[in-house]
Design a protein around this ligand. Structure first.
Ligand code: SF4
Length: 349
Protein backbone atom coordinates (compact mmCIF):
# COMPACT_ATOMS: atom_id res chain seq x y z
CA UNK A 1 0.00 0.00 0.00
CA UNK A 2 1.43 3.37 -1.06
CA UNK A 3 1.48 5.68 1.93
CA UNK A 4 1.79 8.99 -0.01
CA UNK A 5 -1.60 8.23 -1.63
CA UNK A 6 -3.39 8.51 1.69
CA UNK A 7 -5.28 11.25 3.46
CA UNK A 8 -5.83 10.86 7.20
CA UNK A 9 -9.40 9.71 6.62
CA UNK A 10 -8.55 7.12 3.98
CA UNK A 11 -5.64 5.79 6.07
CA UNK A 12 -7.90 5.44 9.12
CA UNK A 13 -10.28 3.38 6.99
CA UNK A 14 -7.51 1.06 5.74
CA UNK A 15 -5.94 0.56 9.18
CA UNK A 16 -9.32 -0.25 10.68
CA UNK A 17 -10.28 -2.67 7.91
CA UNK A 18 -6.97 -4.45 7.46
CA UNK A 19 -5.39 -4.33 10.91
CA UNK A 20 -8.16 -3.42 13.32
CA UNK A 21 -6.14 -0.37 14.40
CA UNK A 22 -7.40 3.13 15.22
CA UNK A 23 -6.89 6.75 14.23
CA UNK A 24 -3.96 7.20 16.65
CA UNK A 25 -1.89 4.88 14.46
CA UNK A 26 -2.88 6.78 11.32
CA UNK A 27 -1.79 10.02 12.95
CA UNK A 28 1.54 8.52 14.05
CA UNK A 29 2.19 7.07 10.58
CA UNK A 30 1.50 10.39 8.80
CA UNK A 31 3.67 12.26 11.29
CA UNK A 32 6.55 9.81 10.85
CA UNK A 33 6.33 9.89 7.05
CA UNK A 34 5.77 13.59 6.43
CA UNK A 35 7.61 15.15 9.40
CA UNK A 36 10.49 12.72 9.98
CA UNK A 37 10.68 11.74 6.31
CA UNK A 38 10.88 7.96 6.78
CA UNK A 39 8.85 4.85 7.51
CA UNK A 40 10.65 3.80 10.73
CA UNK A 41 7.36 3.60 12.56
CA UNK A 42 9.06 1.85 15.50
CA UNK A 43 10.57 5.29 16.32
CA UNK A 44 7.13 6.83 16.88
CA UNK A 45 6.04 7.13 20.57
CA UNK A 46 2.63 5.70 19.56
CA UNK A 47 4.27 2.33 18.82
CA UNK A 48 6.60 2.17 21.82
CA UNK A 49 4.55 -0.65 23.31
CA UNK A 50 3.53 -2.13 19.96
CA UNK A 51 6.79 -2.84 18.16
CA UNK A 52 5.26 -5.80 16.36
CA UNK A 53 2.53 -3.58 14.86
CA UNK A 54 5.12 -0.97 13.85
CA UNK A 55 7.25 -3.62 12.14
CA UNK A 56 4.25 -4.97 10.29
CA UNK A 57 3.43 -1.46 9.03
CA UNK A 58 7.06 -0.98 7.99
CA UNK A 59 6.84 -4.15 5.93
CA UNK A 60 3.48 -3.52 4.34
CA UNK A 61 3.34 0.26 3.78
CA UNK A 62 5.56 1.48 0.98
CA UNK A 63 6.87 4.95 0.22
CA UNK A 64 7.68 5.33 -3.46
CA UNK A 65 9.78 8.24 -4.67
CA UNK A 66 10.65 9.19 -8.23
CA UNK A 67 14.21 8.69 -9.43
CA UNK A 68 16.17 11.88 -10.07
CA UNK A 69 17.49 11.69 -13.64
CA UNK A 70 18.87 15.17 -14.11
CA UNK A 71 19.24 18.43 -12.23
CA UNK A 72 19.95 21.86 -13.72
CA UNK A 73 20.60 25.02 -11.79
CA UNK A 74 20.48 28.67 -12.73
CA UNK A 75 21.55 30.74 -9.76
CA UNK A 76 19.54 29.16 -6.97
CA UNK A 77 16.66 27.94 -9.14
CA UNK A 78 16.78 24.19 -9.72
CA UNK A 79 14.94 22.20 -12.33
CA UNK A 80 14.61 18.50 -11.57
CA UNK A 81 13.90 15.77 -14.06
CA UNK A 82 12.33 12.69 -12.46
CA UNK A 83 11.65 9.20 -13.80
CA UNK A 84 8.43 7.64 -12.51
CA UNK A 85 7.88 3.94 -11.79
CA UNK A 86 6.53 3.29 -15.31
CA UNK A 87 9.46 5.03 -17.01
CA UNK A 88 7.60 8.27 -17.82
CA UNK A 89 9.41 11.46 -16.93
CA UNK A 90 8.22 14.69 -15.30
CA UNK A 91 9.84 17.89 -14.10
CA UNK A 92 9.58 19.92 -10.89
CA UNK A 93 11.19 23.26 -10.16
CA UNK A 94 12.54 24.61 -6.89
CA UNK A 95 12.53 28.39 -6.65
CA UNK A 96 14.21 29.73 -3.50
CA UNK A 97 12.84 32.91 -1.90
CA UNK A 98 14.46 34.85 0.94
CA UNK A 99 13.67 32.40 3.77
CA UNK A 100 11.85 29.53 2.15
CA UNK A 101 11.48 27.69 -1.14
CA UNK A 102 8.61 27.37 -3.57
CA UNK A 103 8.13 24.10 -5.41
CA UNK A 104 6.44 23.99 -8.78
CA UNK A 105 4.68 20.61 -9.03
CA UNK A 106 3.67 18.73 -12.18
CA UNK A 107 0.17 17.25 -12.28
CA UNK A 108 0.23 15.26 -15.54
CA UNK A 109 2.71 13.59 -17.87
CA UNK A 110 2.31 15.90 -20.86
CA UNK A 111 -0.84 17.94 -21.32
CA UNK A 112 -3.85 17.95 -23.64
CA UNK A 113 -4.62 21.69 -23.46
CA UNK A 114 -2.53 22.47 -26.54
CA UNK A 115 -1.41 26.03 -25.70
CA UNK A 116 0.51 27.36 -28.71
CA UNK A 117 3.46 28.75 -26.77
CA UNK A 118 3.96 25.77 -24.46
CA UNK A 119 6.74 23.22 -24.49
CA UNK A 120 4.76 20.64 -22.50
CA UNK A 121 1.90 20.78 -25.03
CA UNK A 122 4.27 19.30 -27.63
CA UNK A 123 4.34 16.03 -25.65
CA UNK A 124 0.58 15.63 -25.96
CA UNK A 125 -1.29 13.97 -23.11
CA UNK A 126 0.38 10.83 -21.77
CA UNK A 127 -1.30 10.20 -18.41
CA UNK A 128 -2.54 11.66 -15.14
CA UNK A 129 -0.22 11.76 -12.15
CA UNK A 130 -1.54 9.98 -9.07
CA UNK A 131 -1.86 11.73 -5.73
CA UNK A 132 1.18 9.78 -4.53
CA UNK A 133 3.25 11.03 -7.50
CA UNK A 134 2.29 14.66 -6.83
CA UNK A 135 2.91 14.41 -3.08
CA UNK A 136 6.21 12.60 -3.78
CA UNK A 137 7.58 15.67 -5.61
CA UNK A 138 7.09 17.71 -2.43
CA UNK A 139 8.31 14.91 -0.17
CA UNK A 140 11.45 14.56 -2.30
CA UNK A 141 12.22 18.29 -2.10
CA UNK A 142 11.68 18.39 1.63
CA UNK A 143 13.31 15.16 2.76
CA UNK A 144 15.77 14.20 0.01
CA UNK A 145 16.95 17.63 -1.18
CA UNK A 146 16.33 18.99 2.35
CA UNK A 147 14.85 22.23 1.12
CA UNK A 148 12.56 24.28 3.41
CA UNK A 149 9.38 24.08 1.32
CA UNK A 150 6.68 26.57 2.27
CA UNK A 151 4.90 27.36 -1.00
CA UNK A 152 3.49 24.85 -3.45
CA UNK A 153 2.38 25.93 -6.90
CA UNK A 154 0.64 23.53 -9.26
CA UNK A 155 2.14 25.15 -12.35
CA UNK A 156 4.41 22.41 -13.63
CA UNK A 157 3.66 20.04 -16.48
CA UNK A 158 -0.04 19.56 -17.10
CA UNK A 159 -3.32 21.27 -16.29
CA UNK A 160 -4.07 20.46 -12.63
CA UNK A 161 -7.84 20.94 -12.97
CA UNK A 162 -7.83 18.35 -15.77
CA UNK A 163 -6.75 15.87 -13.08
CA UNK A 164 -9.22 17.10 -10.49
CA UNK A 165 -9.90 14.01 -8.37
CA UNK A 166 -6.18 13.39 -7.77
CA UNK A 167 -5.52 17.10 -7.24
CA UNK A 168 -8.27 17.35 -4.61
CA UNK A 169 -6.82 14.36 -2.75
CA UNK A 170 -3.32 15.84 -3.02
CA UNK A 171 -4.59 19.11 -1.49
CA UNK A 172 -6.15 17.13 1.37
CA UNK A 173 -2.85 15.30 2.00
CA UNK A 174 -0.53 18.30 1.90
CA UNK A 175 -2.73 20.63 3.98
CA UNK A 176 -3.27 18.05 6.74
CA UNK A 177 -1.85 19.41 10.00
CA UNK A 178 -0.87 15.89 11.04
CA UNK A 179 1.42 15.64 8.02
CA UNK A 180 3.00 18.17 5.67
CA UNK A 181 0.81 20.96 7.07
CA UNK A 182 1.12 23.38 4.16
CA UNK A 183 -1.31 26.26 4.67
CA UNK A 184 -3.85 26.72 1.84
CA UNK A 185 -2.76 30.37 1.54
CA UNK A 186 0.68 29.06 0.52
CA UNK A 187 -0.74 26.89 -2.26
CA UNK A 188 -1.56 28.08 -5.77
CA UNK A 189 -3.47 26.10 -8.38
CA UNK A 190 -2.91 27.43 -11.86
CA UNK A 191 -5.39 26.79 -14.63
CA UNK A 192 -5.96 27.79 -18.22
CA UNK A 193 -9.63 28.24 -17.25
CA UNK A 194 -11.31 24.83 -17.23
CA UNK A 195 -14.86 25.76 -16.24
CA UNK A 196 -15.80 22.44 -14.64
CA UNK A 197 -12.54 22.34 -12.66
CA UNK A 198 -12.96 25.90 -11.37
CA UNK A 199 -16.45 25.02 -10.13
CA UNK A 200 -15.16 21.83 -8.47
CA UNK A 201 -12.27 23.72 -6.84
CA UNK A 202 -14.70 26.34 -5.50
CA UNK A 203 -16.78 23.53 -3.98
CA UNK A 204 -13.79 22.24 -1.95
CA UNK A 205 -14.27 25.11 0.49
CA UNK A 206 -10.67 26.35 0.61
CA UNK A 207 -11.15 30.13 0.20
CA UNK A 208 -7.54 30.92 1.12
CA UNK A 209 -6.17 28.69 -1.63
CA UNK A 210 -4.84 30.83 -4.48
CA UNK A 211 -6.32 30.37 -7.92
CA UNK A 212 -4.12 31.58 -10.78
CA UNK A 213 -5.61 31.87 -14.24
CA UNK A 214 -3.24 31.72 -17.15
CA UNK A 215 -4.94 34.28 -19.43
CA UNK A 216 -2.26 35.31 -21.94
CA UNK A 217 -4.71 36.83 -24.41
CA UNK A 218 -7.32 39.51 -23.72
CA UNK A 219 -9.81 38.81 -26.53
CA UNK A 220 -11.49 35.64 -27.78
CA UNK A 221 -9.98 35.69 -31.26
CA UNK A 222 -6.40 35.71 -30.01
CA UNK A 223 -7.11 33.40 -27.07
CA UNK A 224 -8.84 30.85 -29.30
CA UNK A 225 -5.60 30.74 -31.27
CA UNK A 226 -3.15 30.67 -28.35
CA UNK A 227 -5.19 28.59 -25.91
CA UNK A 228 -7.75 26.20 -27.46
CA UNK A 229 -9.58 25.87 -24.10
CA UNK A 230 -11.05 29.29 -24.88
CA UNK A 231 -13.23 27.76 -27.60
CA UNK A 232 -15.14 25.94 -24.82
CA UNK A 233 -14.89 28.64 -22.16
CA UNK A 234 -14.72 32.07 -23.80
CA UNK A 235 -13.55 35.09 -21.83
CA UNK A 236 -17.02 36.33 -20.79
CA UNK A 237 -17.79 32.89 -19.33
CA UNK A 238 -14.41 32.73 -17.59
CA UNK A 239 -14.90 36.21 -16.15
CA UNK A 240 -18.36 35.23 -14.81
CA UNK A 241 -16.86 32.09 -13.20
CA UNK A 242 -14.17 34.14 -11.47
CA UNK A 243 -16.71 36.72 -10.31
CA UNK A 244 -18.77 34.02 -8.61
CA UNK A 245 -15.74 32.15 -7.16
CA UNK A 246 -15.88 32.17 -3.32
CA UNK A 247 -12.76 34.21 -2.72
CA UNK A 248 -11.68 35.08 0.83
CA UNK A 249 -11.94 38.83 1.51
CA UNK A 250 -8.15 39.01 1.91
CA UNK A 251 -7.48 37.16 -1.31
CA UNK A 252 -7.39 38.12 -4.99
CA UNK A 253 -7.35 36.15 -8.22
CA UNK A 254 -3.97 35.94 -9.90
CA UNK A 255 -4.18 36.57 -13.62
CA UNK A 256 -1.02 35.44 -15.39
CA UNK A 257 -0.20 37.14 -18.64
CA UNK A 258 2.84 35.88 -20.55
CA UNK A 259 3.89 38.79 -22.76
CA UNK A 260 4.86 37.67 -26.26
CA UNK A 261 6.14 40.46 -28.50
CA UNK A 262 4.16 40.96 -31.70
CA UNK A 263 1.43 38.61 -30.44
CA UNK A 264 -0.29 39.98 -27.32
CA UNK A 265 1.64 43.13 -26.39
CA UNK A 266 -0.22 45.91 -28.22
CA UNK A 267 -1.65 48.94 -26.43
CA UNK A 268 -5.18 47.73 -27.25
CA UNK A 269 -4.33 44.35 -25.70
CA UNK A 270 -3.44 46.13 -22.44
CA UNK A 271 -6.76 48.02 -22.63
CA UNK A 272 -8.70 44.79 -23.25
CA UNK A 273 -6.88 43.08 -20.37
CA UNK A 274 -7.76 46.02 -18.06
CA UNK A 275 -11.37 45.67 -19.18
CA UNK A 276 -11.36 41.92 -18.39
CA UNK A 277 -10.02 42.36 -14.84
CA UNK A 278 -12.02 45.53 -14.01
CA UNK A 279 -14.97 43.72 -12.35
CA UNK A 280 -12.70 41.22 -10.54
CA UNK A 281 -10.61 41.41 -7.38
CA UNK A 282 -7.45 40.49 -9.25
CA UNK A 283 -3.74 41.04 -9.58
CA UNK A 284 -2.04 40.69 -12.93
CA UNK A 285 1.25 38.80 -13.03
CA UNK A 286 3.12 40.03 -16.08
CA UNK A 287 5.58 37.37 -17.21
CA UNK A 288 8.09 37.84 -20.02
CA UNK A 289 7.87 34.99 -22.53
CA UNK A 290 10.82 32.61 -22.24
CA UNK A 291 11.84 31.37 -25.65
CA UNK A 292 12.73 27.72 -26.10
CA UNK A 293 14.33 26.03 -29.11
CA UNK A 294 11.07 24.85 -30.74
CA UNK A 295 8.88 27.94 -30.35
CA UNK A 296 8.65 30.71 -32.97
CA UNK A 297 8.27 33.52 -30.42
CA UNK A 298 10.95 35.71 -28.87
CA UNK A 299 11.38 37.21 -25.39
CA UNK A 300 10.21 40.81 -24.89
CA UNK A 301 12.72 43.62 -24.38
CA UNK A 302 12.58 45.38 -21.02
CA UNK A 303 11.08 48.47 -22.69
CA UNK A 304 8.29 46.41 -24.30
CA UNK A 305 7.44 44.88 -20.96
CA UNK A 306 7.55 48.23 -19.19
CA UNK A 307 5.36 49.90 -21.83
CA UNK A 308 2.69 47.23 -21.40
CA UNK A 309 2.90 47.39 -17.60
CA UNK A 310 2.58 51.18 -17.56
CA UNK A 311 -0.51 51.07 -19.77
CA UNK A 312 -2.14 48.61 -17.37
CA UNK A 313 -1.22 50.76 -14.37
CA UNK A 314 -2.71 53.82 -16.12
CA UNK A 315 -5.93 51.84 -16.47
CA UNK A 316 -5.94 51.15 -12.72
CA UNK A 317 -4.77 47.52 -12.81
CA UNK A 318 -2.64 46.10 -9.99
CA UNK A 319 0.35 44.60 -11.85
CA UNK A 320 3.36 42.63 -10.70
CA UNK A 321 6.20 42.10 -13.10
CA UNK A 322 7.55 38.69 -12.41
CA UNK A 323 11.28 38.07 -12.45
CA UNK A 324 11.82 35.22 -14.89
CA UNK A 325 13.74 32.96 -12.51
CA UNK A 326 14.86 29.82 -14.23
CA UNK A 327 14.74 31.25 -17.75
CA UNK A 328 18.07 29.87 -18.89
CA UNK A 329 17.22 26.35 -17.76
CA UNK A 330 13.74 26.39 -19.32
CA UNK A 331 12.09 26.25 -15.93
CA UNK A 332 9.68 29.11 -16.42
CA UNK A 333 5.98 28.99 -17.44
CA UNK A 334 5.03 26.67 -20.29
CA UNK A 335 8.60 25.42 -20.69
CA UNK A 336 8.73 22.19 -18.78
CA UNK A 337 9.19 19.00 -20.73
CA UNK A 338 11.86 20.27 -23.14
CA UNK A 339 14.28 17.51 -22.09
CA UNK A 340 11.75 14.71 -22.29
CA UNK A 341 11.78 12.66 -25.48
CA UNK A 342 8.46 12.97 -27.35
CA UNK A 343 6.34 9.80 -27.63
CA UNK A 344 3.11 9.41 -29.61
CA UNK A 345 0.33 10.76 -27.33
CA UNK A 346 -2.28 8.33 -25.97
CA UNK A 347 -6.02 8.87 -26.10
CA UNK A 348 -7.36 10.44 -22.90
CA UNK A 349 -9.12 8.04 -20.50
S1 SF4 B 1 0.56 26.07 -20.67
FE1 SF4 B 1 -0.10 24.62 -19.08
S2 SF4 B 1 -2.19 24.06 -19.71
FE2 SF4 B 1 -1.23 25.02 -21.53
S3 SF4 B 1 -0.42 23.24 -22.67
FE3 SF4 B 1 1.20 24.02 -21.32
S4 SF4 B 1 1.09 22.75 -19.48
FE4 SF4 B 1 -0.84 22.52 -20.60
Amino acid sequence: MEILEHTFTSLCGVLKRRYGRGSGDAQAILRQVHRAGNTRFRDAPQFRRYADVALRFEKELSLTLPEEVDRRCEGETTKLLFRLGDGNQIESVLVPMARYTTICVSSQVGCRMGCAFCQTAKMGFVRQLTTGEMVAQIFWAKHVARVPIRNVVFMGMGEPLDNFANLAKTLAVITDQRGLDIAPRHITVSTVGLASGIRQLAALGLPLLNLAVSLNAPNDTLRNHLMPVNRHTPLAHLQALLKSYPLHHRNAHLISYVLIPGVNDLRRHADELAHFVAPLRAKVNLIPFNPSPQTPYRAPETEELERFRERLVTKGVFVRRRTPKGQAILAACGQLGARIPLKPPQAPP
